[in-house]
Ligand binder design. Structure first.
Ligand code: WT7
Length: 653
């Protein structure tokens, strides 16, 4: 899959005077600590300067930056800019209904944040308390995140597509004291009853003392004893709230994400290092310049929304777009109509949306004026060549650098990406390319030895710490150490594989563990299996990811059923679908269910997912080594069942 064609981009404009890309690169390589020391002093507003740049030991998973320093993240994102340019637009809320965008200035956002912070305080939320935010992207949701940061509470935003049970699991794990939500969400012309989901979730969460309910629609929802009308309470509060001075390493937020085993993990990010890394990458990876309108269409329920809708852009004083809608509402021109209407300069989206849009007529793009665009970005999953070319040539008219950005919830910000901020930077299609300042990627072989040289592939590790990296898994530091630092002692293991080209550029080849990526949403196959296994008629299941032309990957479930008549098989499958939707989310429901008698296992009883994946992908002639199987005849059974399933499927279509 290595890209061979070389596209050297003509720069859209003259080099920025005084831009120090080359100097920064040089310093970050020669003296990383001095580099971070100087950017941290230059870019952040400190209440108290830090005394020590870093104290890290990756063997123990000990990551600490800017020790002794105190600052407040919301003051860095708001007060700093209000002091200089209070009427600059901070948020451009692109609501679901096209043409009804709302502008929020830095002064207004600070006032809303303070009112919300005072409301939380009045209801007993204190420094260090955890607060769940279950809301789609909106100014009030951004204010909720910043209000937590202002008073030192720890937010955990839960994507509003997650089920009540998934929400409850996160609230429970984090022991949240409060939940902030809205009556309803609006997306693609439909309303989603968020408050109802929260009601169900908090029934099993005794830690929750209050549910704050904002109003996105006119719809009245029943209010219970814990519930508080958010806007009403905010109206009573003052528009100023002193920012709480926080230690650099106090928690800022956590975000749950899937691993290959067990429950989702609460990835913890702290104050100074995270903010600095989000802001620095926002500027240099996207070649952001003051005055630009930055359009990241991600939801705040994912880390992309945290770093590139909220914290990075706001720390840099940018105008950031909050995109509430979908790429196809009311038609497939939505993104580009929005680009034209809001004058977006950097557009950052997911390959899955691009793959969907390229199926439609190009006129949906061409009819809108996209001349404001300067940089395009892609994130969340590998971008295939076709999607890259379409995005670059059709959307960008071949004029805008397209940055394929690789990173993770755990990395806090972009780690590997092309660097358009550098003069004459080269960008190759569908390639994440080069490490960001201070990032040291290494490739490891199966024995745990570093693979040197170029034109090689291996397990992608990062061998030097950086301020944006996660600090721990909430409540389980040992799991943090085991998951990320045990596989290759002294290095951070990403879970991804990568190829380093002849030129020394990186290309991500995909996960090496049992994590799949559905439309850019990361999910452990074990989580889906756990949900399926709850069904009383299902003794055993195995879920694998198979390629899908729009979603990237989709789950394929192999299920073993207890003795049930074939008439009820389809009923059980329907029940299994509902189980996954209820336990996790709708997007996690497998696209395929195949009932089998047995699953292929090794002699030690481990399910051979590698083989199942091949079978599910229709590559059963190329199964590789099956000699370790306990009973190879199981494979023949599974292949037959799958062939039968495929023939039924093709008849259906
Ligand atoms: C996983 C992280 C990064 C924010 C959104 C996802 C995959 C991410 C790329 C890319 C190929 C990518 C990796 C990674 N991934 N970006 N540009 N090319 N794969 O964050 O949910 O923590 O998922 O997404 O497999 O490990 P996340």
């Amino acid at each position: 899959r290595a890209a061979r064609c070389r596209v050297v981009l003509a720069r859209p404009r003259a080099p920025v005077p005084g831009s120090k890309w080359q100097e920064l690169r040089e310093l970050s390589e020669r003296a990383p600590e001095r580099f971070w020391d100087s950017v941290a002093k230059e870019r952040l507003l400190w209440n108290k300067p830090f005394e020590q740049v870093a104290d890290c030991d990756m063997r123990q998973g000990k990551i600490r930056w800017f020790l002794g320093g105190q600052l407040n993240v919301s003051a860095n994102c708001l007060d700093v800019h209000v002091a200089r340019a209070p009427e600059r637009v901070a948020l451009l809320w692109e609501r679901d209904e096209p043409g009804s965008e709302v502008k929020v200035t830095y002064r207004e956002l600070l006032e809303t944040t303070c009112r919300l912070a005072n409301t939380l305080k009045r209801h007993g939320v204190r420094k260090g308390d955890r607060v769940a935010i279950y809301m789609p992207v909106s100014p009030i949701a951004v204010a909720a995140m910043l209000a937590c940061a202002r008073i030192g509470a720890v937010h955990t935003v839960v994507f509003a597509g997650f089920s009540a049970e998934a929400l409850a699991g996160r609230i429970e794990d984090a022991q949240c004291k409060a939940v902030i939500t809205c009556n309803q969400g609006v997306r693609g012309g439909r309303t989603i009853n968020l408050k109802t989901t929260v009601d169900t979730a908090v029934k099993s969460c005794p830690s929750v003392r209050n549910v704050f309910v904002a109003h996105r629609t006119e719809c009245k929802v029943p209010m219970g004893p814990l519930d508080i009308f958010l806007e009403e309470e905010m109206a009573k509060e003052s528009t100023s709230c002193p920012p709480e001075p926080m230690e650099s390493e106090d928690m800022l937020f956590m975000l749950y994400t899937s691993g290959s085993t067990g429950k989702p993990k609460g990835i913890v990010h702290t104050q100074a290092g995270y903010l600095l890394y989000a802001a620095l990458t926002h500027q240099y990876v996207f070649d952001y310049h003051p005055g630009d309108v930055f359009g990241c269409v991600a939801d705040i329920g994912w880390v992309t929304g945290h770093s590139y809708v909220v914290y990075g852009p706001l720390c840099n004083g940018a105008t950031t777009v909050l995109f509430e809608s979908t790429p196809v509402y009311p038609n497939p021109g939505r993104y580009w109509e929005t680009v034209q209407r809001l004058g977006i300069n950097q557009f950052y989206g997911a390959p899955t949306a691009i793959r969907l849009l390229l199926k439609y007529d190009e006129n949906w793009v061409k009819k809108y004026d996209r001349s404001s665009l300067k940089t395009l970005g892609s994130v969340g999953e590998p971008i295939n060549r076709e999607a890259w070319e379409w995005f670059y040539h059709v959307v960008g008219d071949g004029k805008c650098p397209l940055v394929d950005t690789w990173w993770q919830t755990e990395t806090g910000g972009v780690c590997i990406a092309p660097q358009p901020a550098e003069d004459g930077a080269e960008i190759l299609p569908a390639m994440a390319m080069r490490p960001f300042f201070g990032i040291q990627p290494t490739l490891m072989d199966e024995k745990g030895k570093e693979i040197r040289g170029n034109d090689v592939s291996g397990a992608l590790c990062i061998s030097q710490t950086w301020p944006g990296m996660a600090r721990t898994i909430y409540g389980d530091h040992q799991r943090f150490v085991d998951a990320y630092f045990k596989p290759y002692p002294g290095h951070y293991f990403t879970g991804d594989g990568a190829y380093r080209s002849k030129e020394g550029y990186y290309q991500i080849t995909g996960r090496m563990d049992d994590v799949i990526n559905i439309s850019g949403h990361r999910l452990g196959t074990a989580e889906i299996e756990d949900a399926l296994d709850e069904h009383p008629d299902v003794p055993e299941t195995a879920v694998v990811g198979i390629p899908h032309d729009v979603k990237g990957e989709v789950p394929f479930a192999f299920v073993v059923l207890k003795e049930v008549g074939s008439s009820s098989q389809s009923q059980v499958i329907e029940e299994l679908k509902s189980l996954v939707a209820a336990k996790i989310a709708k997007y996690a429901v497998p696209d395929h269910f195949l009932v089998v008698k047995r699953l292929p296992k090794t002699r030690s009883g481990k399910i051979m997912r590698r083989i199942l994946r091949k079978v599910a992908m229709g590559q059963s002639s190329d199964l590789g080594d099956i000699s370790t199987l306990d009973d190879p005849s199981v494979v023949t059974e599974v292949i037959q069942a799958c062939d039968h399933y495929r023939s039924l499927e093709s008849k259906k279509n």
